[in-house]
Design a binder for this molecule. Structure first.
Ligand SMILES: O=C(O)CCC(=O)C(=O)O
Length: 410
């Protein structure tokens, strides 16, 4: 591209470039690049070069160098197990994504692609420069949508189109097995009767006034997050051989797995609210979490969004959980940790927290003790919160298009 056409582009996206620059330190020295000796010297040199090119407005060179940084650190992120990937390499990857996205916006006007690059940094990298990737995406998204956020009237219009129930037949909740239901219990009542004895309970009247209950619909989610890249689990359950994971935009996910039901796709156990803070404004942290001894920032908030028919096989987690139902219904079975022996956990390290039993269609020849396991069950409806104590086994099947938010706390 000639210099003339380069500057034409900069002019065309003038205010975008100004807004992006405002997020960055004024001088290249301000954009600190501190890495430990774990990062090879040649990579640190490349990072300095990319930074220099960026501040000197050598966009083509900066783009090329940031691509090399991304490709090289990508290899590091994909070698060995994720747990063993050093955070320093994840930071390098984030810098590569940041510089690449910035150059793309200044050099071309492919904003959607720049958002995808930033999302890759958020998903695979580590936080840099005060979570700058989130801030960059905020600016980019405004320009992508010509500065429009849905107005109150538009939110109301979208709400009217709210997802209808799929009318999937809900399994009967057997008499005597139903999870008890409480309306706005006091903190002390909940602590004494459910938290201390570690008993599941459904809480009503707590979350039904959260903004998400009114605002969220397929259309609203598409307006806020349609262009964002998210991880999607493909296949009916994570214990199946054919199960896999893929990255795609929320729009692609909705079109492929919710509107057209090609296969089961599940945006499961994803910290979507860290990635898209705008959606976080629509939810609250249940007050009952203060009964734990952890800090509020230690609470892990996950999104679970998918079509009817997603299944989370019977498994247990190491923290207390408030599972909040926002859209659609879910059928849930719960087994106390004392039943573990009758639930036949997988023997492998990776799946030791997951039962081998297909709860709604158990093979009693292979797993005879399963008939002895006692359980509780419920249909979780929008606005309800299910308290799942630490290590309590839970099986979850969506009966409708469903959006749940889980709060893991200690
Ligand atoms: O909703 C689901 O599919 C599973 C939720 C879950 O396992 C959890 O919140 O820990």
């Amino acid at each position: 591209m000639s210099e003339a056409s380069l500057s034409d582009n900069v002019l065309a996206t003038g205010s975008l470039s100004e807004e992006l620059r405002a997020l960055l330190p004024q001088t290249k020295e301000g954009l600190k690049l501190d890495f430990s000796e774990k990062i090879e010297k040649s990579v640190v040199v490349l990072l300095h070069q990319a930074r220099e090119f960026f501040y000197e407005e050598k966009k083509k060179e900066c783009l090329k160098t940031s691509e090399i940084i991304r490709d090289y650190s990508w290899e590091k992120l994909n070698t060995g197990t994720w747990r063993d990937v050093d955070k320093e390499w994840r930071r390098v990857y984030s810098y590569g994504c940041l510089l690449k996205a910035l150059c793309m916006c200044l050099k071309t006007d492919d904003i959607a692609e720049a958002i995808r690059v930033c999302d890759m940094g958020l998903l695979m990298g580590a936080s840099i420069l005060g979570n700058i990737l989130v801030k960059v995406i905020n600016v980019l998204q405004k320009h992508l949508q010509h500065g429009k956020r849905p107005s109150e009237a538009r939110i109301e219009e979208l709400r009217k189109k709210k997802i209808k129930s799929d009318h999937t037949l809900a399994p009967a909740v057997k008499f005597g097995t139903a999870v008890p239901l409480l309306h706005c219990p006091s903190l002390e009542f909940f602590r004494k009767n459910y938290l201390i004895p570690q008993k599941p309970v459904i809480l009503e009247g707590i979350a039904n006034h959260w903004p998400c209950m009114k605002k969220w619909s397929l259309d609203y989610i598409q307006e806020i997050a349609g262009c964002r890249t998210v991880p999607v689990e493909i296949g009916s359950k994570y214990t199946d051989e054919e199960w896999s994971q893929s990255l795609m935009t929320v729009n692609e996910f909705i079109n492929k797995y919710i509107v057209n039901k090609n296969d089961i796709g599940y945006l499961a156990q994803h910290q979507l609210f860290d990635q898209i803070p705008e959606l976080k404004q629509d939810i609250c942290i249940p007050d009952y979490c203060c009964l734990g001894n952890g800090e509020e920032e230690d609470i892990t908030i996950n999104a679970w969004f998918g079509p009817a028919g997603t299944i989370s096989p019977l498994h247990q987690d190491p923290q207390q959980n408030f599972l909040v139902q926002v859209l659609g219904r879910k059928y849930i079975q719960l087994y106390s940790p004392q039943e573990s022996e009758s639930l036949y956990p997988h023997e492998t390290q990776l799946l030791h927290n997951t039962s081998q039993v297909d709860v709604e269609n158990p093979n009693l020849i292979r797993f005879p003790k399963f008939t002895k396991a006692s359980y509780q069950s419920c249909i979780l409806n929008p606005g309800q919160i299910l308290f799942i104590p630490v290590k309590y086994w839970h099986y979850v099947r969506a009966l409708d298009i469903s959006f749940s938010v889980s709060f893991w706390w200690s």
